[in-house]
Design a protein around this ligand. Structure first.
Ligand SMILES: Cc1cc2nc3c(=O)[nH]c(=O)nc-3n(C[C@H](O)[C@H](O)[C@H](O)COP(=O)(O)O)c2cc1C
Length: 217
């Protein structure tokens, strides 16, 4: 018997505890096992993400399952170039540290998802975005957040790569011009799990005091 009662408008304490655990143990993953993921599991994860909120119920996210070696090679190449350029922006110890960070798991992750925002979608009839057009892209980001959690709940890790040129990804994937590039995600089983962000463990950036980000007016 389940005690979780979404249909009653609440969830029990056990569920809330588990949900908070999921949030605590979600990680940005860059070190993957090469084991394949059952395509059904990938579909389940995307189906969960599809339940996300979106401005005007527009569902502007577009998932591209990148399977071919050619676009994957382009993404690897643009990552390598952008990462080398990013390194040039640091000096001294920071530069040394940056050079040792692992910032993508492109070689090992079995599944690559490029996520776009359909900026010209008619779904939702323009609701909300006439005043704030950027809310379409925000909607896509909420879906990525859900996908991250839905994956982790199934033991699957997700790594978000932003150190790439959107133009190169467009060209490689040949997607419609009105799709805005939002994210390139590596998806696979993590080499190991950890409750602490990898960048914190590497001494790059720890989490800081939440009180400093909470304001009352
Ligand atoms: C919009 C966005 C872009 C990111 N881009 C990268 C990236 O290019 N490479 C990387 O290693 N991590 C990237 N990350 C992951 C963050 O570094 C990571 O979320 C942060 O360090 C906290 O770690 P955690 O996600 O494990 O809690 C990105 C995260 C977000 C939300």
């Amino acid at each position: 018997m389940t005690t979780v009662s979404g249909d009653q408008g609440y969830f029990d304490d056990e569920f809330i505890e588990s949900f908070d655990e999921l949030l605590r143990w979600r990680r940005d993953v860059r070190r993957f096992k090469t084991d394949p993921i059952d395509p059904e599991v990938v579909q389940e994860i995307i189906a969960s993400a599809e339940l996300s909120p979106s401005v005007g119920n527009s569902q502007p996210w577009r998932w591209v399952d990148v399977r071919s070696p050619e676009p994957r090679a382009v993404v690897k190449e643009t990552f390598a170039r952008c990462n080398a350029e990013a390194l040039q922006g640091y000096r001294g110890e920071r530069a040394q540290q940056y050079s040792t960070l692992k910032l993508a798991g492109l070689d090992q992750a079995p599944v690559h998802l490029a996520v776009f925002c359909e900026d010209e979608t008619l779904q939702g009839h323009g609701l909300g975005r006439q005043t704030m057009p950027e809310t379409l892209a925000y909607s896509v980001v909420t879906a990525i957040g859900s996908l991250w959690l839905a994956a982790r709940a199934r033991g699957v890790g997700v790594g978000w790569i932003s150190i790439i040129e959107p133009e190169a990804v467009y060209r490689a994937l040949d997607v419609p011009e009105e799709w805005r590039f939002v994210a390139y995600l590596c998806v696979g089983y993590p080499e190991k799990v950890d409750a602490t962000p990898e960048l914190e463990r590497a001494g790059w950036q720890a989490r800081t005091d939440p009180d400093a980000r909470y304001f009352v007016r």
